[in-house]
Write a protein that binds this ligand. Structure first.
Ligand code: ADP
Ligand code: MG
Length: 408
């Protein structure tokens, strides 16, 4: 016991770079039914799940799924009902044995674990949170959260201390001795999360944990999960069929269809470059402005002049580019302001410099700002927004039209 605790503590203290993989899944396949060989042949030739089932009676729950999960990240698996999400997550703790393929946790091949290794693995390394909570209604909140530690043989004082800490973490302080039956759905799932965390696992598996909750409660829980995950530095593998939830939570999102993994990427990558029509359709319902950032829609400014340029040059440039405004930059391309055609003509006539006639009411933003955040500004802005780098250099512009069309 003490040994295990020690190992976990050591792992937590280790400087773990973001790039380190904690779980690797390679060529994972799960077939249900007798005629697996025939089914595998068909799958290899590219046949779909329905066709395979019709011809062979075999259900292709997973076919040749490979990916890796980075330590301390949230990895979201999304797909329609029946696409294989639950099967996949249950092979990660061997609740389901794959037909073929490997699951590697850190450096261990899970499939080669004996009974005892498997028990230790499930108890110490990887915990599961279920959609229907899976709580024991005859025990109070404390009794549920402390259960895993009790099974491990942790002393009452110690397990209740740890459980109380986790109950507070999920926002249920004061409800330690409430009956499970008196709790709302959202509160029950908080208990589910506290129970999973009490064992101090490295990985949390969450199979549609928020699907049974009201939309508002669900939003709260998403926020809560994000803050807990960042605070405790756990790896979370999260299943959902809701694309907004996937994009909100996922550092990486994997999309499943009919047992196959179709695409993996960050929400941004997936929005910007969907692999095929299925993915495009799936993410079509997502609010893209909450994922896409300014850099995805910014353009090269059509007309840029330098402070030292003459007004005549500015007028010429505007004419040449068919625009009536020019962004003014200094010698380091740092934005100074904007000059319109009236200003340029006036400065030419009255022998003023561009600096004297330039306007400063140009709104600015940065490449990594979410489009949803600039929408109100863009809607009211007189000129396209200037996109500036950290050093104030002009990187591009964002027009009202490009902001509005990003929502389509
Ligand atoms: N024990 C089983 N026996 C036969 N088929 C199963 C079994 N478990 C799951 N399946 C089938 O495997 C496919 C994937 O199921 P599942 O992983 O539960 O999908 P999801 O979680 O994405 O809804 C489905 O077609 C389902 O009917
Ligand atoms: Mg499922």
């Amino acid at each position: 016991m003490a040994n295990n605790d020690l190992i976990i503590q050591e792992n937590q203290m280790e400087e773990s770079p973001q790039s380190e993989d904690i779980i690797r899944v390679s060529h994972l396949t799960k077939l249900y039914g007798a005629n697996k060989q025939e089914a595998a042949k068909m799958a290899e030739a590219g046949a779909g799940k329905n066709e395979i089932f019709e011809k062979t009676g075999v259900t292709m729950a997973l076919w040749d799924v490979s990916f890796s999960v980075k330590k301390n990240s949230i990895f979201v698996i999304i797909g329609l009902s029946g696409s294989g999400k639950s099967t996949l997550v249950r092979t990660l703790n061997m609740l389901h044995k794959p037909t073929s393929g490997k699951v590697i946790f850190e450096d261990s091949k899970i499939g080669e674990f004996g009974k005892k290794d498997l028990i230790n693995y499930r108890r110490d390394k990887i915990s599961m949170v279920f959609q229907n909570f899976g709580l024991m209604s005859h025990r109070d909140v404390m009794g549920n959260v402390a259960y895993g530690l009790e099974v491990k043989g942790v002393s009452r004082v110690e397990r209740e201390r740890k459980a109380a800490e986790m109950i507070e973490m999920v926002g249920l302080k004061g409800l330690e001795h409430s009956s499970i039956n008196d709790l709302s759905g959202g509160m029950k799932q908080r208990v589910g999360i506290a129970r999973a965390l009490a064992n101090d696992p490295e990985v949390l598996l969450m199979d549609e944990p928020f699907s049974a909750l009201d939309p508002l409660v669900r939003k709260d829980m998403q926020f809560e999960l994000l803050s807990i995950q960042r605070k405790l530095k756990k790896t979370v593998i999260f299943i959902t069929h809701d694309i907004d939830e996937a994009f909100k939570l996922g550092d990486q999102v994997a999309i499943m269809r009919d047992g196959r993994l179709i695409q993996i990427g960050t929400p941004e990558e997936m929005s910007a470059h969907p692999a095929d029509d299925y993915v495009r359709e799936f993410i079509g319902s997502a609010d893209k402005t909450k994922v896409l950032t300014v850099k995805h829609i910014m353009m090269t400014p059509s007309c840029v002049v330098r402070l030292k340029d003459s007004p005549q040059f500015a007028i010429q440039e505007m004419k040449r580019n068919g625009t009536s405004t020019a962004y003014v930059v200094d010698h380091e391309i740092k934005l100074q302001g904007i000059v319109n055609i009236e200003g340029a003509v006036r400065s030419s006539r009255e022998r003023l410099s561009l600096a004297e006639v330039q306007l400063h009411d140009v709104e600015t933003t940065t490449p990594d700002t979410l489009i949803s955040d600039i929408m109100p500004v863009a809607a009211k802005a007189k000129y396209p927004l200037a996109v500036l780098g950290e050093d104030g250099r002009l990187l591009g512009i964002v027009t009202k039209a490009s902001v509005l069309s990003s929502m389509l």
